[in-house]
Ligand binder design. Structure first.
Ligand code: 13P
Length: 355
């Protein structure tokens, strides 16, 4: 099989995932990262507890009304719920398409600034993607990360390497029928202004699409997952939601081709409420481009859910999850009334965060 065999399926999957009023639930934390989350509620990081937590989310009645896809970690794609039914089938019953994180994490980028990284996992990716497809996955995720620092990051080398890696990944998984979520994240670490973020993000995303063009990526069968255009976490000058929305939309309009069907933001350490409010603003203002602006949140969908669940309270966890899913669905239509659903204002930003 080759990309050409999957063209119409890739386009249909991308459109399904980016359907108006729906978004993606990111549950693809590595075993180490989910261990930190479970640790924060005093739950041990065992396979049974990971299964219980994720199984609770994947049996939330009505979730498919607001969520079109879920990004899984490899363990979960091949795992069953405690009741014996596979997680893939649980999601299928809710009308949710499973996806898979395919990158193998960040490594230091030799020749660049000490904090800079490249994203690994290209070796054998076409074959791995075919296995994931056979298991039921229909989309993939790869997260490349840039940092902004006072001493010159991101370097030109880092921008080029990370953009190229995203495009090679996108092409590779499309060869096996998976829609690539292209995730060029700019970390919130630092004290830079929102204008600085906008300038660097615009250049990075442009470079990503130059590389996609060079690799023959089918743009109609992709989604973009950017960070929102915000100032560094330590910048004293905090932009209000209207400015974040205007700067984010301007940045994307300057860099994302019209053929990309959907843009699904990561939450990147924003609080649950801020992630909804910013998205709502973006969907309430005049825009030149037509792509759907939605969400693919991890922390901003799971924070209250994890706390509500607390290791055993399935009902409280599911209630919190569906509340945030509905809020973000409304925000993706510009219809969210801030505070109308239970949420947390707690900043979820962690310096030097690794996913
Ligand atoms: P956050 O929304 O927690 O940033 O996670 C989304 C994600 O998939 C990061 O790669």
């Amino acid at each position: 099989m080759a990309l050409a065999d999957y063209t119409s399926e890739l386009i249909a999957t991308a459109q399904f995932l980016a359907a108006p009023g729906k978004g993606i639930l990111a549950v693809d934390e590595s075993t180490k990262t989910i261990g930190k989350r479970l640790g924060s509620i005093g739950v041990e990081n065992t396979e049974a507890n990971r299964q219980a937590y994720r199984g609770m989310m994947f049996t939330t009645a009505g979730l498919g009304e607001f969520i079109s896809g879920t990004i899984l970690y490899e363990e979960t794609l091949f795992q069953s719920h405690a009741d014996g039914e596979s997680m893939v089938d649980k999601l299928g019953k809710l009308g949710i398409t499973p996806g898979i994180k395919v990158d193998k994490g960040l490594r230091p980028l030799g020749g660049a600034n000490a904090v800079e990284t490249l994203c690994t996992g290209l070796d054998g990716l076409v074959e791995r993607a075919a296995d994931y497809y056979a298991q039921g996955a229909r989309f993939a995720k790869w997260r490349a990360v840039l940092q902004i620092t006072a001493d010159g990051c991101p370097s030109a080398l880092s921008v080029r390497e990370n953009a190229w890696g995203l495009a090679r990944y996108a092409r590779s998984v499309q060869e096996s029928g998976l829609v690539p979520i292209v995730e060029p994240e700019i970390l919130m670490d630092g004290n830079h202004s929102i204008e600085t973020t906008a300038r660097i993000q615009e250049q990075f995303i442009q470079e990503v699409y130059h590389a996609c063009f060079a690799n023959g990526v089918l743009l109609e069968g992709t989604l973009l997952k950017p960070s929102m255009t915000v100032q560094g976490a330590d910048c004293p000058d905090k932009a209000d939601p209207a400015k974040v929305a205007a700067m984010t939309v301007r940045t994307l309009e300057r860099s994302v081709p019209a053929s990309v069907p959907g843009i699904v933001f990561l939450s990147g350490g924003l609080s649950e409420e801020a992630a909804s409010v910013y998205l709502n603003h973006m969907n309430s203002i005049e825009r030149k481009a037509k792509w759907n602006l939605g969400f693919s949140y991890g922390r901003a969908l799971q924070h209250s859910c994890l706390k509500g669940w607390g290791g055993s309270n399935v009902e409280a966890g599911q209630q919190a999850l569906i509340a945030r899913a509905q809020a973000n669905s409304e925000a993706s239509r510009g219809q969210y009334v801030p505070g109308s659903q239970p949420s947390s204002d707690e900043q979820l930003f962690v310096a030097g965060y690794t996913y």
